[in-house]
Design a protein around this ligand. Structure first.
Ligand code: ATP
Ligand code: MG
Length: 326
């Protein structure tokens, strides 16, 4: 059976973008692949986090995974920082990664622009991500378009390591919802919708109350002209709404364009809002049942035991190949 992995950072309540780009995909894959899903808490601290808030975000993210339809029987679910091998493996990989490569990463360029006092963790983030992926010899990494570059880097690092030290890693491939699926900010549709965004109007979070979700969608920035047509370059706002509709309805872009051919932007917004609200209500109901139950702890105990065993073996193999032994 092929293996797939993904992780989300506990940097705030997950967005519709995370849901469509990552979680919904994992829900689909759990029936066909051996699935690994983790909370990327070590990644989240590359940007300063309030400790209390972080701990609560970790728990909330786990409950959301389950509420969104992730089946703990079909996934290895774990918290990244509980598996000590990830950071160790990351160091060994870091010493096989070039400064120049990391300097070219778009996410680093974007996030380091936002805060000039950025940490070195923000810079080496993609190597830790490579460690998360390569540790488990996964075939696929389920990511949104924004993370494709990091998966490509993980491949480059793995190929280089294998060439230098022998066959250690499987070369993974990015697995994306649809070529191009990236949900954009509702206020600024040229920017991706992000969990850590500071403008609440542009971001839909799965735990937002549904009235405010409706308002945000109705108030989404649209483009000049009247036509409802998929054209991300010239009509980023409308294209984003079409993308959301497509992702939640299972229809194709062509079908959606056809449905709204003679309609106004307002009608598209209303239909998108209905779809989103419907799905979110269901998730929130399940979330409220799970968040205060004991279920999460049991799942994490199983997940960490399983993944630590695999990671330990990979770490020992790497060390041996590199000459780090008695
Ligand atoms: P942050 O702003 O803290 O980086 P984020 O919203 O980018 O948060 P991540 O935890 O970095 O979320 O990413 C989790 C997963 O969600 C990744 O697979 C990523 O590709 C996907 N993802 C993030 N944003 C979007 C988006 N706007 N559209 C589609 N997929 C997305
Ligand atoms: Mg991100």
């Amino acid at each position: 059976m092929k293996k797939v992995l993904t992780g989300l950072q506990p940097t705030g309540v997950i967005t519709l973008g995370n849901y469509i780009g990552a979680i919904k995909q994992m829900v689909k894959y759990q029936d066909i692949y051996d699935s690994y899903l983790f909370v990327a808490d070590l990644h989240s601290i590359t940007i300063p986090q309030d400790p209390k808030e972080l701990a609560s975000n970790i728990k909330s993210l786990l409950a959301l995974y389950l509420a969104c339809g992730i089946d703990p029987k079909k996934n290895k679910i774990f918290i990244q920082s509980e598996n000590l091998y990830h950071a160790n493996i990351s160091w060994l990989l870091e010493c096989n990664t070039y400064f120049g490569e990391l300097s070219r990463m778009t996410q680093f360029k974007d996030k380091s622009q936002k805060n000039k006092n950025f940490t070195s963790g923000l810079f080496t983030y993609p190597v830790l991500m490579a460690a998360d992926i390569l540790t488990y010899d996964v075939d696929y990494v389920a990511v949104g378009l924004d993370q494709k570059q990091h998966v490509e880097l993980a491949r480059d690092i793995a190929i280089r390591f294998n060439k230098k030290f022998g066959d250690v890693f499987k070369i993974p491939e990015p697995l994306m919802a649809q070529e191009g699926t990236k949900i954009m900010d509702l206020v600024d549709p040229t920017k991706k919708m992000s969990k850590s965004s500071t403008n609440p109007k542009g971001v839909i979070r799965l735990l937002d109350d549904v009235d405010s979700i409706r308002k945000k969608i109705m108030g989404a920035t649209t483009d000049s002209g009247m036509e409802i047509k998929y054209d991300p370059e010239n009509k980023p706002g409308v294209s984003n709404l079409i993308n959301i509709y497509v992702s939640l309805s299972g229809k194709t872009i062509k079908e959606v364009e056809e449905m709204f051919k003679d309609k106004k932007y307002g009608e598209l917004k209303k239909e998108v809002a209905d779809l989103v609200v419907n799905e979110v209500l269901d998730i929130q109901k399940k979330y409220n049942e799970i968040i205060n139950s004991d279920e999460i702890n049991k799942i994490l105990d199983d997940g960490i035991k399983y993944t630590c065993e695999i990671a330990k073996k990979k770490f020992e193999l790497m060390k041996n190949k590199m000459g780090l032994h008695r």
